[in-house]
Design a protein around this ligand. Sequence first.
Ligand code: BTN
Length: 273
Amino acid sequence: MSDSSPLLDQELYFAHLQASSLGLPLRLFPSLDSTNQYLLEQADRGAPEGMLAVAEEQTAGRGRNRRLWHSPPGKNLYFSLLLWPKVPPVCLPQLAMLTALALRQAILRQAPSVPLQLKWPNDLWLGERKLSGILCECPPEPRGNTRGIVLGVGLNVNAQKEDFPPELRETATSLLWHQGRPFSRERLLAEFCNALEPLYRQWCSADSLAPFLPQWRENDLLARRPFAVERPRGRVEGILLGYTDQGLMLMKTPQGVELISAGDVHVRPLPHD
Ligand code: BTN
């Protein structure tokens, strides 16, 4: 860690935390390989629902599809939250979309007019660039009949353009870079837990994403533009038709309507951004 990066202030985090069952206990580390890896191991040792692991830097931060998540020290947020939802395991992937919705709400509480958009299945974009990525992973062992899940979030908060490696400077952004002012990482973290808690409770009883889809649609990066999806069984291009209550994407393609359960989505930048 560089001496100039202020460490996350636990007191400030707890001062903003209103959630009663998510975001604690808090485990804060100057450096970790991966907060997801840490929590997966803790889950195996019986860690409770709501445990939050945060690292000032990650030396092997994991992205989707075996990519690395660039995790420089002190400026951004890298965190993971452990849940043990009592729902059928097939529902667990839905939590990625719920996490993105909660993250969006958390940021808007600190900056109500930031043009945040949701990108299926689990990214948050800001002004045509990626602001945050979410990686959900399940501990291998269930607890009784319940499968756990680790929600891993990387959010670019106070990184400057120069803090990103050259290959990300055209496609990524941070809150500071876009808004021109720093954001409180402690408050963002607490507000994420505050926002997720009621969504999570509602989702556990609904067993479906149906109550949340209107909010997703209003802020959907993929609406009204062509895009491509790289799936394990090939690339497909088309436009969005919508989502099922289980969070699968319906896409209109030249070959007909496709139901997409997973894949990397690529959009072309809109002109004038
Ligand atoms: C993506 O590829 O978009 C997902 C990136 C997820 C990165 C976060 S950072 C905190 C947590 N720990 C990890 O190792 N990965 C996730």
